[in-house]
Design a protein around this ligand. Structure first.
Ligand code: NDP
Length: 340
């Protein structure tokens, strides 16, 4: 059973060399007698930023997931096929998504947390992205936290990523004016040409983020879907309109920093009567089937496009995961362990 394990705790942004691929003895082909565990063959693994927190010695408040320790298998979301089951809800051959190990086969001891995959007319890898955790993050974060209205001015940061590309497209479907920021020209082209953003800019090439936002939003921003925090958030605060909303999804620019950057322009929340709200996607998991009902038709009818960055083989896992922190991924970063 080939596995990706944590070699040693990461310092700052995770690096490929913080992880290593090892071959461990087989875990057997059956679930142990009397156990309600499920044995799965892993097909697609999801690279997600929260996994970086779990690689550090201290996680800074992220207590929903179990942190990794040196030598432990990297755990994350994935799509898998059930090979044997001691649980009444699952049988051999079922496809599932949920938390699994970065290895060829995993014994899942809490199968009740897995979601069964019933719709296979769409790419299975989508259950790591648009039909999984990032899709729900974009959906509930945008529709519930941003309370969007037709014609509003929407800004999304890390807009070419797993979550951001969806938020922008949801906002376009809603009839909003949408601008995204991302870190390369290739991503900017994707935002405008493929996802239909009205405008996009490369934040790495802007001397003055406030000026870039004023250029794109001469009348100000109604909704900011924040994926990055830091300097961008500070510049956005200066450009919010009255009664604007900021959904704080994440703050990737601050991950791994010893000293998080201070945000200076908070008084603009008062001046502009802005509502800021953080949220955590796991709170919405009980609504998964409702989410599927709304998103599946959008995919099937071609109203939403989903970009994936697919790395082949478990061996490519460490660099794919570390790449998130350097902006190497274009779209949702997936690792293929096996195609079926
Ligand atoms: P992405 O697929 O967007 O991958 C990460 C991207 O972040 C990179 O490609 C890079 O793009 C950008 N990035 C990396 N470092 C920096 C930096 N220093 N400053 C600005 N951008 C940076 O990730 P996701 O779409 O999966 O995640 C987006 C956000 O959503 C994250 O903040 C994540 O933590 C959060 N999240 C929150 C959840 C919740 O429940 N609240 C659930 C899931 C995700 P670029 O080239 O543009 O720099």
């Amino acid at each position: 059973n080939k596995q990706v394990v944590l070699r040693d705790y990461a310092e700052g942004a995770p690096k490929d060399s913080d992880m290593e691929v090892i071959t461990n003895k087989s875990i057997g082909v059956n679930v142990p007698q009397g156990s309600n565990a499920v044995l799965v063959k892993n097909l697609y693994l999801s690279c997600d930023l929260y996994m970086g927190h779990l690689m550090h010695k201290t996680q800074g408040g992220l207590d929903v997931f179990t942190p990794y320790t040196p030598g432990s298998v990297i755990m994350g979301y994935g799509v898998a096929k059930v090979m044997d089951s001691g649980h009444p809800n699952f049988k051999k051959g079922d496809l599932v998504w949920g938390t699994t190990g970065w290895e060829e086969y995993s014994l899942i001891t809490k199968p009740e947390d897995l979601f069964k995959i019933d719709h296979t007319d769409v790419p299975l890898s989508y259950y790591t992205g648009i039909l999984g955790m990032p899709g729900m993050t974009a959906h509930y974060g945008f529709y519930e936290k941003c309370a969007p209205k037709e014609g509003e001015y929407v800004f999304v940061s890390a807009a070419a990523g797993a979550v951001g590309q969806l938020v922008g497209q949801f906002a376009k479907l809603m009839g909003c004016y949408v601008v995204g920021s991302a870190g390369s020209q290739e991503k900017i082209d994707l935002l405008k040409d493929k996802f239909g953003f009205d405008e996009a800019f490369n934040y790495k090439e802007e001397q003055d983020l406030d000026a870039a936002l004023k250029r794109c939003f001469p009348e100000g921003i109604d909704i900011y879907f924040d994926n990055v925090g830091g300097k961008m958030l500070d510049a956005v605060l200066l450009n919010m309109r009255n009664h604007g909303r900021i959904a704080v999804c994440g703050m990737v620019s601050q991950y791994g920093l010893e000293q998080p950057e201070g945000v200076k322009n908070l008084m603009h929340l008062v001046f502009k009567r802005v509502r800021v709200e953080g949220f955590t996607v796991t709170d919405y998991y009980p609504s998964y089937s409702k989410f599927l009902e709304s998103i599946l038709p959008c995919i099937r009818e071609g109203r939403i496009f989903y970009a994936e960055d697919v790395a082949e083989g478990l061996e490519s896992g460490p660099s794919a995961l570390a790449g998130l922190f350097r902006g190497r991924n274009i779209g949702k970063q997936v690792v293929v362990v096996a195609h079926d």
